[in-house]
Write a protein that binds this ligand. Structure first.
Ligand code: NDP
Ligand code: MG
Length: 386
Protein backbone atom coordinates (compact mmCIF):
# COMPACT_ATOMS: atom_id res chain seq x y z
CA UNK A 1 0.00 0.00 0.00
CA UNK A 2 1.18 3.56 -0.63
CA UNK A 3 2.22 5.52 2.45
CA UNK A 4 -0.30 7.63 4.32
CA UNK A 5 0.45 11.31 4.47
CA UNK A 6 0.44 12.90 7.93
CA UNK A 7 -0.03 16.52 8.99
CA UNK A 8 1.39 16.80 12.52
CA UNK A 9 0.27 19.91 14.39
CA UNK A 10 2.50 20.53 17.40
CA UNK A 11 5.46 18.41 16.25
CA UNK A 12 7.82 19.72 18.97
CA UNK A 13 5.64 18.79 21.94
CA UNK A 14 5.54 15.62 24.00
CA UNK A 15 2.84 14.06 21.79
CA UNK A 16 4.45 15.51 18.66
CA UNK A 17 7.81 13.88 19.37
CA UNK A 18 6.17 10.53 20.18
CA UNK A 19 4.25 10.78 16.90
CA UNK A 20 7.52 11.28 15.02
CA UNK A 21 8.88 8.15 16.77
CA UNK A 22 5.83 6.19 15.55
CA UNK A 23 6.27 7.51 12.00
CA UNK A 24 10.02 6.71 12.04
CA UNK A 25 9.30 3.14 13.20
CA UNK A 26 6.42 2.56 10.77
CA UNK A 27 8.60 1.17 7.95
CA UNK A 28 7.17 3.57 5.40
CA UNK A 29 3.50 3.28 6.39
CA UNK A 30 3.48 7.01 7.12
CA UNK A 31 5.23 10.03 5.66
CA UNK A 32 5.15 13.63 6.91
CA UNK A 33 3.33 16.16 4.75
CA UNK A 34 3.30 18.97 7.31
CA UNK A 35 4.99 19.66 10.64
CA UNK A 36 4.19 22.68 12.83
CA UNK A 37 5.78 24.24 15.90
CA UNK A 38 5.39 27.45 17.85
CA UNK A 39 8.68 28.45 19.49
CA UNK A 40 10.99 25.41 19.42
CA UNK A 41 12.02 26.19 15.87
CA UNK A 42 15.46 24.58 15.98
CA UNK A 43 13.71 21.33 16.87
CA UNK A 44 11.24 21.91 14.04
CA UNK A 45 14.07 22.40 11.56
CA UNK A 46 15.81 19.25 12.84
CA UNK A 47 12.58 17.27 12.37
CA UNK A 48 12.26 18.73 8.87
CA UNK A 49 15.77 17.52 8.02
CA UNK A 50 14.94 14.03 9.31
CA UNK A 51 11.42 13.64 7.85
CA UNK A 52 11.54 16.02 4.84
CA UNK A 53 7.90 17.17 4.93
CA UNK A 54 6.41 19.13 2.01
CA UNK A 55 5.63 22.04 4.40
CA UNK A 56 6.51 23.29 7.84
CA UNK A 57 4.64 26.02 9.71
CA UNK A 58 6.23 28.19 12.40
CA UNK A 59 3.15 29.58 14.15
CA UNK A 60 4.85 32.27 16.26
CA UNK A 61 5.87 35.00 13.75
CA UNK A 62 8.32 36.72 16.12
CA UNK A 63 10.23 33.52 16.82
CA UNK A 64 10.15 32.65 13.11
CA UNK A 65 11.57 36.03 12.07
CA UNK A 66 14.44 35.65 14.53
CA UNK A 67 15.73 32.51 12.84
CA UNK A 68 17.96 31.80 9.84
CA UNK A 69 16.15 29.06 7.90
CA UNK A 70 18.98 28.08 5.55
CA UNK A 71 19.22 24.67 7.25
CA UNK A 72 15.92 23.38 5.79
CA UNK A 73 15.90 20.64 3.16
CA UNK A 74 15.26 21.90 -0.41
CA UNK A 75 11.98 19.99 -0.69
CA UNK A 76 10.47 21.69 2.37
CA UNK A 77 8.58 24.98 2.16
CA UNK A 78 8.33 27.23 5.24
CA UNK A 79 5.11 29.09 6.10
CA UNK A 80 4.82 31.53 8.97
CA UNK A 81 1.83 32.29 11.23
CA UNK A 82 -1.09 30.24 12.57
CA UNK A 83 -3.39 30.83 9.56
CA UNK A 84 -1.25 28.64 7.31
CA UNK A 85 -2.30 25.55 9.27
CA UNK A 86 -5.97 25.63 8.26
CA UNK A 87 -5.05 25.90 4.58
CA UNK A 88 -2.40 23.18 4.60
CA UNK A 89 -4.31 20.51 6.57
CA UNK A 90 -7.09 20.74 3.98
CA UNK A 91 -4.84 19.66 1.08
CA UNK A 92 -6.20 16.68 -0.81
CA UNK A 93 -3.03 14.66 -0.23
CA UNK A 94 -3.30 14.83 3.59
CA UNK A 95 -4.71 11.54 4.94
CA UNK A 96 -4.29 11.95 8.71
CA UNK A 97 -4.11 15.07 10.87
CA UNK A 98 -2.51 14.53 14.28
CA UNK A 99 -3.87 17.37 16.44
CA UNK A 100 -1.22 17.78 19.15
CA UNK A 101 -1.15 21.53 19.82
CA UNK A 102 -1.90 22.27 23.47
CA UNK A 103 -4.98 24.20 24.59
CA UNK A 104 -7.41 26.47 22.80
CA UNK A 105 -4.65 27.28 20.25
CA UNK A 106 -5.28 23.81 18.81
CA UNK A 107 -8.88 24.52 17.85
CA UNK A 108 -8.47 26.12 14.41
CA UNK A 109 -6.27 23.37 12.99
CA UNK A 110 -8.52 20.63 14.35
CA UNK A 111 -11.59 22.42 13.01
CA UNK A 112 -10.10 22.84 9.53
CA UNK A 113 -9.20 19.13 9.48
CA UNK A 114 -12.77 18.17 10.40
CA UNK A 115 -14.19 20.56 7.78
CA UNK A 116 -11.96 18.92 5.18
CA UNK A 117 -13.25 15.47 6.18
CA UNK A 118 -9.89 14.14 7.37
CA UNK A 119 -9.08 11.44 9.86
CA UNK A 120 -8.13 13.38 12.98
CA UNK A 121 -5.95 11.63 15.56
CA UNK A 122 -7.00 13.90 18.40
CA UNK A 123 -4.69 14.65 21.31
CA UNK A 124 -5.96 18.22 21.67
CA UNK A 125 -8.78 17.36 24.10
CA UNK A 126 -9.37 21.08 24.75
CA UNK A 127 -11.20 21.36 21.39
CA UNK A 128 -13.76 18.79 22.56
CA UNK A 129 -14.06 20.39 25.99
CA UNK A 130 -14.60 23.80 24.42
CA UNK A 131 -16.93 22.83 21.60
CA UNK A 132 -17.51 19.07 21.71
CA UNK A 133 -21.13 19.09 20.54
CA UNK A 134 -20.35 21.28 17.52
CA UNK A 135 -17.14 19.39 16.70
CA UNK A 136 -18.90 16.00 16.69
CA UNK A 137 -21.68 17.41 14.49
CA UNK A 138 -19.14 18.90 12.08
CA UNK A 139 -17.28 15.57 11.90
CA UNK A 140 -20.52 13.72 11.10
CA UNK A 141 -21.51 16.24 8.40
CA UNK A 142 -18.12 16.10 6.68
CA UNK A 143 -17.49 12.37 7.15
CA UNK A 144 -14.42 13.17 9.21
CA UNK A 145 -13.23 10.58 11.72
CA UNK A 146 -12.12 11.55 15.21
CA UNK A 147 -9.82 8.89 16.67
CA UNK A 148 -8.80 9.50 20.28
CA UNK A 149 -5.12 9.79 21.16
CA UNK A 150 -5.82 10.44 24.85
CA UNK A 151 -4.87 7.09 26.39
CA UNK A 152 -8.10 6.71 28.41
CA UNK A 153 -10.27 7.40 25.39
CA UNK A 154 -8.20 5.14 23.21
CA UNK A 155 -8.74 2.40 25.81
CA UNK A 156 -12.50 3.02 25.86
CA UNK A 157 -12.61 3.11 22.07
CA UNK A 158 -10.86 -0.28 21.99
CA UNK A 159 -13.04 -1.77 24.76
CA UNK A 160 -16.17 -0.56 22.94
CA UNK A 161 -15.40 -2.93 20.07
CA UNK A 162 -16.60 -5.77 22.36
CA UNK A 163 -20.31 -4.84 22.29
CA UNK A 164 -23.05 -2.52 21.03
CA UNK A 165 -23.47 1.08 22.19
CA UNK A 166 -26.90 0.14 23.64
CA UNK A 167 -25.23 -2.59 25.74
CA UNK A 168 -22.85 -0.21 27.53
CA UNK A 169 -23.77 0.33 31.19
CA UNK A 170 -20.95 2.77 32.02
CA UNK A 171 -17.47 3.83 31.15
CA UNK A 172 -14.83 4.14 33.83
CA UNK A 173 -11.88 6.48 33.28
CA UNK A 174 -8.73 5.63 35.19
CA UNK A 175 -6.64 8.42 36.72
CA UNK A 176 -3.10 8.12 38.08
CA UNK A 177 -4.08 10.48 40.90
CA UNK A 178 -1.03 12.61 40.09
CA UNK A 179 1.85 13.50 42.42
CA UNK A 180 -0.39 14.68 45.29
CA UNK A 181 -2.63 11.65 45.71
CA UNK A 182 -1.79 11.42 49.44
CA UNK A 183 -1.49 15.16 50.17
CA UNK A 184 -3.72 16.68 52.85
CA UNK A 185 -5.68 19.83 52.02
CA UNK A 186 -3.13 21.86 54.01
CA UNK A 187 -0.25 20.35 52.00
CA UNK A 188 -2.07 20.99 48.72
CA UNK A 189 -2.26 24.71 49.57
CA UNK A 190 1.58 24.81 49.73
CA UNK A 191 2.43 22.91 46.55
CA UNK A 192 5.19 24.49 44.40
CA UNK A 193 5.31 24.63 40.60
CA UNK A 194 8.31 22.26 40.56
CA UNK A 195 6.37 19.67 42.59
CA UNK A 196 3.31 20.03 40.34
CA UNK A 197 5.46 19.57 37.23
CA UNK A 198 6.85 16.25 38.50
CA UNK A 199 4.35 13.57 37.43
CA UNK A 200 4.82 10.03 38.81
CA UNK A 201 3.95 7.97 35.70
CA UNK A 202 3.69 10.17 32.57
CA UNK A 203 6.20 12.56 30.95
CA UNK A 204 4.08 15.28 29.33
CA UNK A 205 3.96 18.99 28.49
CA UNK A 206 3.64 21.46 31.40
CA UNK A 207 -0.04 22.35 31.00
CA UNK A 208 -1.38 18.78 31.08
CA UNK A 209 1.10 17.89 33.85
CA UNK A 210 -0.40 20.58 36.10
CA UNK A 211 -3.88 19.45 35.00
CA UNK A 212 -3.00 15.92 36.15
CA UNK A 213 -1.87 17.22 39.54
CA UNK A 214 -5.15 19.11 40.13
CA UNK A 215 -7.07 16.24 38.48
CA UNK A 216 -8.54 18.85 36.14
CA UNK A 217 -7.14 16.63 33.40
CA UNK A 218 -9.60 13.92 34.45
CA UNK A 219 -12.36 16.53 34.59
CA UNK A 220 -11.57 17.56 31.00
CA UNK A 221 -11.47 13.88 30.04
CA UNK A 222 -14.95 13.26 31.46
CA UNK A 223 -16.22 16.04 29.18
CA UNK A 224 -14.15 14.69 26.27
CA UNK A 225 -15.67 11.21 26.79
CA UNK A 226 -19.17 12.65 27.03
CA UNK A 227 -18.87 14.04 23.48
CA UNK A 228 -16.64 11.43 21.84
CA UNK A 229 -18.79 8.48 22.89
CA UNK A 230 -22.15 10.29 23.13
CA UNK A 231 -22.42 9.09 26.72
CA UNK A 232 -24.50 10.84 29.41
CA UNK A 233 -22.40 12.23 32.28
CA UNK A 234 -24.05 9.94 34.85
CA UNK A 235 -22.61 6.93 33.02
CA UNK A 236 -19.03 8.20 33.22
CA UNK A 237 -17.08 7.32 36.36
CA UNK A 238 -13.51 7.97 37.49
CA UNK A 239 -11.33 5.56 39.45
CA UNK A 240 -7.80 6.24 40.71
CA UNK A 241 -5.26 3.66 39.49
CA UNK A 242 -1.75 4.87 40.38
CA UNK A 243 0.19 2.46 38.12
CA UNK A 244 -1.34 3.81 34.87
CA UNK A 245 -1.45 0.37 33.25
CA UNK A 246 -5.22 -0.12 32.95
CA UNK A 247 -6.01 2.85 30.73
CA UNK A 248 -9.80 2.75 31.19
CA UNK A 249 -12.73 0.34 31.33
CA UNK A 250 -16.14 -0.26 29.79
CA UNK A 251 -18.83 -2.03 31.78
CA UNK A 252 -21.55 -3.76 29.77
CA UNK A 253 -25.15 -4.33 30.91
CA UNK A 254 -24.43 -7.97 31.83
CA UNK A 255 -21.70 -6.86 34.28
CA UNK A 256 -18.74 -7.78 32.08
CA UNK A 257 -15.96 -5.18 32.23
CA UNK A 258 -13.51 -4.75 29.35
CA UNK A 259 -10.19 -2.99 29.87
CA UNK A 260 -7.19 -2.03 27.75
CA UNK A 261 -3.72 -2.50 29.28
CA UNK A 262 -0.24 -1.35 28.32
CA UNK A 263 2.64 0.52 29.98
CA UNK A 264 2.20 4.30 30.24
CA UNK A 265 3.55 5.16 26.76
CA UNK A 266 1.63 7.49 24.44
CA UNK A 267 3.19 5.92 21.34
CA UNK A 268 0.60 3.14 21.46
CA UNK A 269 -2.60 5.25 21.47
CA UNK A 270 -1.03 7.63 18.91
CA UNK A 271 -0.24 4.70 16.63
CA UNK A 272 -3.67 3.12 17.05
CA UNK A 273 -5.41 6.40 16.18
CA UNK A 274 -3.37 6.45 12.98
CA UNK A 275 -3.60 2.76 12.04
CA UNK A 276 -7.16 1.82 13.14
CA UNK A 277 -8.67 -0.64 12.26
CA UNK A 278 -5.27 -2.22 11.64
CA UNK A 279 -2.46 -2.87 14.11
CA UNK A 280 1.27 -3.22 13.52
CA UNK A 281 4.27 -3.87 15.81
CA UNK A 282 5.29 -0.31 16.66
CA UNK A 283 7.80 1.29 19.05
CA UNK A 284 5.61 1.36 22.22
CA UNK A 285 6.84 -0.36 25.38
CA UNK A 286 5.34 -3.76 26.35
CA UNK A 287 3.99 -5.14 29.63
CA UNK A 288 6.16 -7.78 31.23
CA UNK A 289 4.16 -10.44 33.05
CA UNK A 290 7.27 -12.42 34.03
CA UNK A 291 7.93 -9.95 36.87
CA UNK A 292 5.58 -9.60 39.85
CA UNK A 293 3.43 -6.49 39.89
CA UNK A 294 0.25 -5.30 41.56
CA UNK A 295 -2.35 -2.82 40.44
CA UNK A 296 -4.46 -0.75 42.80
CA UNK A 297 -7.81 0.97 42.37
CA UNK A 298 -9.39 3.50 44.72
CA UNK A 299 -12.20 6.07 44.50
CA UNK A 300 -11.14 9.70 43.91
CA UNK A 301 -11.44 12.27 46.71
CA UNK A 302 -13.66 15.06 45.39
CA UNK A 303 -13.03 17.28 48.41
CA UNK A 304 -9.27 17.44 47.92
CA UNK A 305 -9.63 17.44 44.11
CA UNK A 306 -12.67 19.67 43.49
CA UNK A 307 -11.79 19.99 39.79
CA UNK A 308 -13.46 16.60 39.31
CA UNK A 309 -16.78 18.06 40.47
CA UNK A 310 -16.43 20.88 37.95
CA UNK A 311 -15.85 18.37 35.15
CA UNK A 312 -18.81 16.25 36.09
CA UNK A 313 -21.00 19.34 36.28
CA UNK A 314 -19.84 20.65 32.90
CA UNK A 315 -20.36 17.21 31.32
CA UNK A 316 -23.92 17.15 32.69
CA UNK A 317 -24.89 20.70 31.72
CA UNK A 318 -23.10 20.90 28.37
CA UNK A 319 -23.79 24.10 26.43
CA UNK A 320 -21.37 26.87 27.35
CA UNK A 321 -19.90 25.26 30.48
CA UNK A 322 -17.05 23.37 28.79
CA UNK A 323 -15.75 26.49 27.04
CA UNK A 324 -15.77 28.49 30.27
CA UNK A 325 -14.12 25.73 32.31
CA UNK A 326 -11.45 25.10 29.67
CA UNK A 327 -10.48 28.76 29.27
CA UNK A 328 -10.59 29.52 33.00
CA UNK A 329 -8.35 26.52 33.62
CA UNK A 330 -5.84 27.46 30.91
CA UNK A 331 -5.58 30.98 32.35
CA UNK A 332 -5.37 29.76 35.95
CA UNK A 333 -2.71 27.14 35.17
CA UNK A 334 -0.61 29.80 33.45
CA UNK A 335 -0.99 32.10 36.48
CA UNK A 336 0.03 29.26 38.78
CA UNK A 337 3.11 28.53 36.64
CA UNK A 338 3.91 32.27 36.71
CA UNK A 339 3.79 32.21 40.51
CA UNK A 340 0.73 34.49 40.76
CA UNK A 341 -1.71 32.09 42.44
CA UNK A 342 -1.52 29.01 44.61
CA UNK A 343 -2.11 25.47 43.38
CA UNK A 344 -5.53 25.22 45.06
CA UNK A 345 -6.55 28.58 43.57
CA UNK A 346 -6.66 26.95 40.13
CA UNK A 347 -9.93 25.12 40.88
CA UNK A 348 -11.26 28.09 42.87
CA UNK A 349 -10.75 30.43 39.91
CA UNK A 350 -12.48 27.93 37.60
CA UNK A 351 -15.43 27.58 40.00
CA UNK A 352 -15.78 31.37 40.15
CA UNK A 353 -15.78 31.72 36.35
CA UNK A 354 -18.30 28.88 35.88
CA UNK A 355 -20.64 30.29 38.51
CA UNK A 356 -20.66 33.82 37.11
CA UNK A 357 -21.15 33.06 33.40
CA UNK A 358 -24.41 33.37 31.45
CA UNK A 359 -25.31 29.78 30.63
CA UNK A 360 -26.60 28.97 27.15
CA UNK A 361 -27.53 25.35 26.31
CA UNK A 362 -27.06 25.71 22.51
CA UNK A 363 -24.22 28.15 21.77
CA UNK A 364 -22.63 28.81 18.37
CA UNK A 365 -18.88 28.49 17.85
CA UNK A 366 -18.55 32.30 17.80
CA UNK A 367 -20.33 32.50 21.14
CA UNK A 368 -18.02 29.85 22.58
CA UNK A 369 -14.88 31.65 21.38
CA UNK A 370 -16.18 34.91 22.85
CA UNK A 371 -16.82 33.12 26.15
CA UNK A 372 -13.30 31.68 26.03
CA UNK A 373 -11.92 35.24 25.92
CA UNK A 374 -14.39 36.36 28.62
CA UNK A 375 -13.40 33.53 31.00
CA UNK A 376 -9.70 34.45 30.70
CA UNK A 377 -10.50 38.09 31.62
CA UNK A 378 -12.71 36.84 34.45
CA UNK A 379 -9.83 34.80 35.89
CA UNK A 380 -7.47 37.82 35.69
CA UNK A 381 -10.04 39.91 37.54
CA UNK A 382 -10.52 37.17 40.13
CA UNK A 383 -6.76 37.01 40.70
CA UNK A 384 -6.49 40.79 41.13
CA UNK A 385 -9.37 41.02 43.58
CA UNK A 386 -8.81 37.87 45.68
P1 NDP B 1 3.50 20.22 24.87
O1 NDP B 1 3.47 21.47 25.67
O2 NDP B 1 4.60 19.26 25.10
O3 NDP B 1 3.50 20.58 23.30
C1 NDP B 1 2.61 21.52 22.78
C2 NDP B 1 2.82 21.71 21.28
O4 NDP B 1 1.97 22.77 20.84
C3 NDP B 1 4.24 22.14 20.93
O5 NDP B 1 4.57 21.65 19.66
C4 NDP B 1 4.14 23.67 20.91
O6 NDP B 1 5.12 24.31 20.10
C5 NDP B 1 2.76 23.85 20.31
N1 NDP B 1 2.13 25.11 20.69
C6 NDP B 1 2.11 25.66 21.93
N2 NDP B 1 1.42 26.82 21.91
C7 NDP B 1 1.03 27.01 20.62
C8 NDP B 1 0.30 28.04 19.97
N3 NDP B 1 -0.15 29.13 20.62
N4 NDP B 1 0.06 27.91 18.65
C9 NDP B 1 0.50 26.83 17.98
N5 NDP B 1 1.20 25.82 18.55
C10 NDP B 1 1.46 25.91 19.86
O7 NDP B 1 2.08 19.54 25.07
P2 NDP B 1 1.71 17.97 25.02
O8 NDP B 1 2.35 17.32 23.84
O9 NDP B 1 1.91 17.38 26.36
O10 NDP B 1 0.13 18.04 24.79
C11 NDP B 1 -0.43 18.33 23.52
C12 NDP B 1 -1.92 18.01 23.56
O11 NDP B 1 -2.08 16.63 23.77
C13 NDP B 1 -2.66 18.71 24.72
O12 NDP B 1 -3.94 19.07 24.27
C14 NDP B 1 -2.75 17.62 25.78
O13 NDP B 1 -3.89 17.77 26.60
C15 NDP B 1 -2.88 16.38 24.92
N6 NDP B 1 -2.43 15.15 25.57
C16 NDP B 1 -1.11 15.01 25.91
C17 NDP B 1 -0.65 13.85 26.53
C18 NDP B 1 0.80 13.65 26.83
O14 NDP B 1 1.19 12.55 27.22
N7 NDP B 1 1.65 14.64 26.67
C19 NDP B 1 -1.60 12.78 26.89
C20 NDP B 1 -2.96 13.02 26.47
C21 NDP B 1 -3.33 14.17 25.83
P3 NDP B 1 6.59 24.71 20.68
O15 NDP B 1 6.99 23.67 21.67
O16 NDP B 1 7.43 24.71 19.44
O17 NDP B 1 6.50 26.07 21.28
MG1 MG C 1 -5.37 11.07 29.33
Amino acid sequence: ASPQSVALLGATGSIGRSTLDVIAASEGRYVCHLLTAHQKLDELAAAARQFVPRYIVATDPTAAAARDWSDLPEETELRIGPDAIAELVSHADVDIVVAAIVGRAGLEGTWAALEAGKRVALANKETLVLAGGLAMRLAAERNAQILPVDSEHSAIFQALQAGQQSEVARIILTASGGPFRHHSQAQLEQVTTAEALNHPTWKMGPKITVDSATMMNKALEVIEARWLFDMPADKIDVVVHPQSVVHSLVEYVDGSVMAQLSPPDMKLPIQYAMSFPERFPGPARRLDFTVASSWEFEPPDLDRFPALRLGKEAAERGGTTGAVLNAANEAAVQSFLDGEISFTDISRACRAALDSHDFDPTPTIDQLLALDAWARREVSAWITCC
